[in-house]
Design a protein around this ligand. Structure first.
Ligand SMILES: [Zn+2]
Length: 117
């Protein structure tokens, strides 16, 4: 597991920040942040942080669900509400999804993975 925190970023986007060993994080630390700035990316980001995008499992949040009638816009709005509530909270997540996304040279990621065992 690694620790991350979501922060609101410019123009309604979100930044996922790797939490440093001392428990702090920064949106200005380019090697330890991932920017999500496209609406279509928000449902999958929220899903990877514990949000159930569609209980019917027929949509990943980018297409409408025929079961509940929600549109992609509905799913994106719900994902944004979920992410807004998470902002500033330290989250433990598996490194499987985020692990490959960090920019090369993230020393905090190596530190976090190393301290696991
Ligand atoms: Zn549905």
């Amino acid at each position: 597991m690694i620790q991350v925190a979501v922060e609101p970023y410019i123009a309604g986007s979100y930044m996922v920040c790797l939490v440093k060993p001392d428990g702090s994080w920064s949106t200005r630390d380019e090697k330890n942040t991932i920017l999500y700035q496209t609406d279509w990316d928000y449902p999958s980001l929220a899903n990877n942080l514990g949000h159930v995008v569609c209980p019917h499992g027929t949509s990943d949040g980018t297409v409408a669900c025929k079961e509940c009638g929600k549109t992609a816009t509905d799913f994106i709005t719900e994902a944004c509400n979920f992410l807004d509530e998470l902002c500033g909270v330290v989250l433990e997540v598996g490194e499987g999804y985020f692990g490959g996304l960090w920019p090369v040279g993230s020393e905090y990621l190596e530190t976090q993975l190393y301290k696991r065992d």
